[in-house]
Design a protein around this ligand. Structure first.
Ligand code: COA
Length: 316
């Protein structure tokens, strides 16, 4: 079998909701400002005793159920996350323990908001090399745990959640093309510094305006790079399933693709930016809502801290 294919999706969102109205009580902002600038009206937030591995585990149970796969069939667990429960061990090892799967490799991938694309690319390579046949790929983040709720231009963006897929060896494509890139030059524009000496919590620091401009330009380029030499054109793409950072970034990418917004799976209004979880959550939403159908051509793309960015062109 020379291809890899997503054979199921799953998702989990914590039950607690933080709305724009709730944020109005924390700092000087308005529902109208947040919706206009970002497209976000609410986000899901972990409960007091919930951690990223709990979200990841629930998404894993959902994808296993939806694809009728027994945990014993899984050869590898990959979790894309920036908010692990602990410095170590990995969230992937925690998921393995919770699923009671023994003696398979499990590890995390850290590429912030592009993490799911990086994890899917890694999984695709393992399958195409013949090493593994079924890989559980999860994107899970608890961004609220690294959000400074005193920083109004930043705290409005982030949410928590997890999405998962099973990538399987297949006789038909599947994953057509993956592209991943990194550039460490702009670290200071979007990062979480360690502040252990001052005992301050480690929280996201971001120059939102600069990140916005670089993200739009970079995603513009990745559209061309993905399609060039792929054998497909813009008009062939049925659905854009993008990382959900800001509705205006999504609109810019749709415009580049000459695509109307009803061909874009949008979850940012309800989820906010859930970092590595946002693409698998959106893919699951597209499938569960009967918009994304078997045989559709899908472009997934992401940009995030690092900077990192990437895309996957897939046939679902
Ligand atoms: N409510 C009300 N006003 C706010 C506000 C809030 N939550 N946050 C900022 N403002 C104010 C600012 O103080 C500023 O006021 P001033 O003009 O009086 O100085 C004004 O709104 C404009 O601020 P600015 O930061 O330029 O806004 P913006 O249009 O760039 O929107 C972001 C801010 C964060 C929404 C936007 O830059 C963004 O989404 N960037 C991309 C971030 C991102 O996606 N990061 C993750 C990548 S994966």
């Amino acid at each position: 079998m020379k291809y890899s294919k997503i054979i199921g999706t799953g998702a989990y969102l914590p039950s607690k909701i933080l709305s724009n109205k709730d944020l109005e009580k924390i700092f000087d902002t308005s529902d109208e400002w947040i919706q206009t600038r970002t497209g976000i009206s609410q986000r899901h937030i972990i409960g007091e005793n919930e951690r990223t591995s709990d979200l990841a585990y629930q998404a894993a149970l959902d994808v296993l159920k939806n694809s009728s796969i027994d945990p014993a069939e899984i050869d590898l667990i990959l979790v894309a996350t920036t908010t692990p429960d602990k410095v170590f061990p990995s969230v992937a090892c925690a998921v393995q323990r919770k699923l009671n799967i023994k003696n398979i490799p499990a590890f995390d991938i850290q590429a912030v908001c592009s993490g799911f694309i990086f994890a899917l690319t890694t999984a695709d390579s393992f399958i195409k090399s013949g090493t593994y046949k079924k890989i559980l790929v999860i994107g899970a983040d608890s961004m609220s745990s690294i959000t400074d709720y005193k920083d109004r231009s930043n705290a409005i963006l982030w949410g928590d959640g997890a999405g998962a897929v099973i990538l399987s060896a297949s006789n038909e494509p599947g994953i057509i093309r993956n592209i991943i890139h990194s550039n460490g030059e702009y670290e200071e524009l979007l990062h979480v510094p360690r502040k252990s000496e001052t005992n301050d919590p480690n929280t996201i620091e971001m120059q939102g305006n600069a990140v916005f401009k670089i993200a739009v330009n970079t995603l513009d380029q990745i559209v061309d790079e993905t399609l060039s030499g792929s054998g497909f054109e813009k008009k062939d793409i049925d659905w854009l399933v993008p990382h959900q950072a800001n509705i205006r970034i999504l609109q810019a990418t749709a415009k580049k693709l000459e695509m109307s917004m009803d061909k874009v799976i949008v979850t940012i209004d309800k989820h906010g930016n859930t970092s590595a979880a946002s693409i698998p959550l959106a893919l699951n939403e597209g499938i569960r809502s009967n918009r994304v159908k078997a045989g559709n051509l899908i472009l997934m793309e992401a940009f995030g801290g690092g900077f990192t960015w990437g895309s996957s062109l897939i046939r679902i």
